[in-house]
Structure formats: C-alpha cells, structure tokens
Design a protein around this ligand. Structure first.
Ligand SMILES: C[S@@+](CC[C@H](N)C(=O)[O-])C[C@H]1O[C@@H](n2cnc3c(N)ncnc32)[C@H](O)[C@@H]1O
Length: 396
C-alpha cells in the first residue's frame, strides 16, 4: 500500500535501498560468480586484501552489492543536480549510471559489474529496477534539504548498513563518529600544530599533510577542511582562498576507506562541501577529492610489483595514488576513529605483522578482550611507524 507514497526522510530512502540490497545479496549468495573472477582478482590486488574463506567470500559479495547500490545512489544525487525537483516528470534510469559517476574507480567497477551479461544470470536487473523506482519516488526538495545538513549523512548511511549487512558492519567497526568528538579532535590537532610545532596557520599550512586512514563517510576530512576555511577567512578573504581550499582537498587532506558505500558518501560529501564553498571540482579536468579505496594497513613498505598490471586502469590508478600517499608523502597528521574489532577475515601477512612490534615487552599486563589482535592496534602501529619512524629517517 505504501509503494507509491513519496519518500522524503533520508532514513526512509536508506531503509528501502538496504532492503533491496539485501535481496540482491541473497540472490548472488545462491550463484557462482565465475563471470566476476577478473573483478574479484583485480579488487584483491587493488585493495591489498584476500577474499579467502567464508568471511572473505562474504566481504566480496557485499562489496559488489554496495558498489552497485551506492553507485546508483551517487549517480542519482548527481542526476538530481541537473533536474529541478519541480520537474516531476523527470525519471532517473539506473542503466545510465556509469555516465554520471565521477569517481573513476567506482565508475570502472560499476561498468564491469552492471552489464546485461553479468547482471542477468545473477538475477539482479529486477532488484536494481526496484531501487531506481524507490529513488524516483523521493521528494527531492525535502530529501536534499536534510541530506545536505551537516549531520544528515549519519541518518542515511548507518541505517543502510544496519539493515543491509549488520555482521560486516560490526566486524569492520563501521560506526559514525559523533560530530562533537570530531570537532574537538581536529581543533586539538590544529592547536598542537600551532603551539608545539610552530606552524602558525595550523592545518591551513600547505606543508601539513593529513590522513584519516579509516575515513568512513569523511567526517574528519570535512572538519579539517572547515578548519582550513576558517583560518583562510581569518587571514582575510579573497578568491584565492577557495582555490587553496580545493587544492588542500585534492593534494594534502587524504582519506582511506575499504568499503565502497562509505567511500562513495565521503566523495559526495566533500564534493558538495566544495561546491557550497564556491570551488567545485571540475569533472572535465579530472579533479577529485584525495579519498582512496584501499586497505589502510597494507602497502606501506615494500614497493609493489607493478609488473603485475591490473585489468582496469582505474583500479591501477587508485592503487598507485594510495601507495604514493603511503610511501612518498611527508604526512604530519594521522587522525580518525579506527575500527575496534578482531576481524581477521582478509588480513594478509603484512597487516597481521603490524602488532608484532608490541609483543616484545615483558612488563605489559595480561591482555584483555582482543588484546593485541584488536584492529585498532594495527592502525595505531601503522600511524606510529609512519609519523615517528619515517620522520626519524628523514631527520638522519
Ligand atoms: C569507526 S568507523 C569511522 C567512521 C568515520 N569516522 C565516520 O564518522 O564516518 C571505521 C571505518 O574504517 C573502515 N575500515 C575498517 N578497516 C579498514 C581498513 N583496513 N582500511 C581502511 N578502512 C577500514 C570501516 O569500513 C569504517 O568505515
């Protein structure tokens, strides 16, 4: 009875998308995916993970469904910018989604998976039609006025994951960070840069490279950019400030994320933020936020075997750009809210080895909970190694 009712609240739209995404996952769980072997191997290589065993298989299927649904959602957001909410006759068609997707890696994955030859045997066409029909019922004026409010994304993204894949959500520690905590942490970092490292402009100084290694929907990155905008404004506003802001988002405020759904939202949020600030990314110039789809815990050390080329150039570019951040750039700030859990489903040896540095002490109390196997220990070690040890090398 409700299937023709307009949708306005982001959480309702999220609920519908999640319920169709769950159907899609159930359908592909019943299928073999030989047609997707190439995508699977390319993703393993690009992300620095292995889809092994039951958990790995689950993650791969979830990744595919998230790419399809968040690809379509993102395409619909961008399509909506070109179609006035008053134009009630305008219909969004998911089959044209790849054309609107601006983040190359999502576009490439979407193009690989969303072909008739792949979707029909998986029985996904019907489910994607349902998702598009739900999007076509959205009261767009009401939806976007809430979606673009600062904290609306959490009401959109969390209900999706909760309804779509609560197990993976728990295993990867996908919880949004309360805005007050984010604001405090970013302000604290800004103060330390100014007062302890004598960097007068704090985060706004172009030498300050920042990374959120588990950026989720991009909350910390947005707050960092807001703080930079504030400092630039205080210094006296002119048109150059917005260029500086955009340059920061493209070249020195980095985010890593392993799951496509929050990754897509992070790009949307940062794109909208810059648009409102008067410095939109230019699609034709290939401009984008420096947020990469990658495993933050691997790829920091040994050079990649680049002789091993990936089947899609977009995945290769994404991997190379993330590796450049991991190996070459002088990162000064690593901040964020790492996952707390003991998810070992896809960890490769390099990732597991991160906690070994802490296994040598004889004075530590007996471990509690997950002990050193907790994921956050790996994130802490990665950051410590990058900031403390890499900085020491460059000082020597
Ligand atoms: C606690 S949440 C942080 C959310 C973010 N601060 C926000 O408010 O949206 C942790 C995030 O880390 C991501 N994550 C988990 N393991 C990761 C890995 N190895 N590499 C990159 N991201 C990872 C999860 O998918 C999740 O989005």
């Amino acid at each position: 009875m409700l299937s023709a009712a307009p949708l306005a609240a982001p959480e309702d739209v999220a609920w519908f998308l999640a319920s169709y995404a769950r159907d899609a996952k159930a359908r592909i769980e019943e299928s073999d995916l030989p047609a997707l072997t190439v995508v699977r191997e390319a993703l393993e290589e690009a992300l620095g993970i292995r889809f092994e065993g039951e958990k790995g298989e689950h993650f791969f299927r979830s990744t595919l469904v998230q790419t399809l649904f968040y690809g379509i959602f993102s395409a619909w957001v961008l399509w909506s910018q070109d179609h006035s909410p008053d134009d009630r006759a305008a219909r969004f068609d998911w089959k044209g989604s790849a054309w609107s997707l601006q983040v190359p890696v999502i576009r490439a994955l979407f193009e690989q998976v969303a072909t008739p030859g792949k979707l029909e045997p998986l029985r996904l066409v019907e489910v994607l039609d349902w998702a598009a029909a739900a999007l076509n019922r959205v009261d767009r004026a009401a939806f976007f006025s809430r979606f673009e409010e600062t904290h609306a994304v959490q009401y959109f993204y969390e209900p999706f994951l909760e309804a779509f894949d609560p197990e993976l959500r728990k295993e990867l520690g996908v919880w949004y960070t309360p805005p007050e905590v984010v604001q405090y942490m970013v302000a604290r970092v800004d103060t330390v840069l100014r007062e302890e490292l004598d960097i007068a402009d704090g985060l706004a100084d172009p030498r300050v490279y920042v990374l959120d290694p588990c950026c989720g929907t991009g909350t910390y990155l947005l707050e960092v950019l807001e703080r930079i905008a504030l400092t630039l404004d205080e210094r006296g506003g002119d048109a150059l400030n917005t260029d500086d802001l955009k340059r920061a988002a493209m070249t020195r405020v980095f985010g890593f994320e392993i799951m496509p759904a929050p990754f897509v939202i992070a790009h949307l949020q940062l794109g909208l933020f810059l648009q409102h600030a008067g410095a939109p990314f230019s699609e034709t110039a290939g401009e984008r936020a420096a947020v990469y789809l990658t495993n933050a815990l691997t790829g920091w050390e040994k050079p990649h075997d680049h002789a091993h080329r990936l089947p899609f150039p977009e995945l290769e570019d994404e991997r190379d750009a993330a590796e450049k951040v991991k190996r070459d750039l002088p990162i000064v700030v690593i901040l964020g809210n790492p996952p707390y859990n003991g998810y070992a489903g896809m960890a490769v040896a390099e990732e597991r080895g991160l906690s070994d540095a802490y296994r040598t002490t004889t004075r530590a109390p007996a471990p509690q909970g997950q002990g050193l196997n907790d994921l956050y220990v790996r994130f802490f070690r990665m950051a410590e190694r990058r900031i403390v040890e890499a900085a020491q090398h460059s000082a020597e």
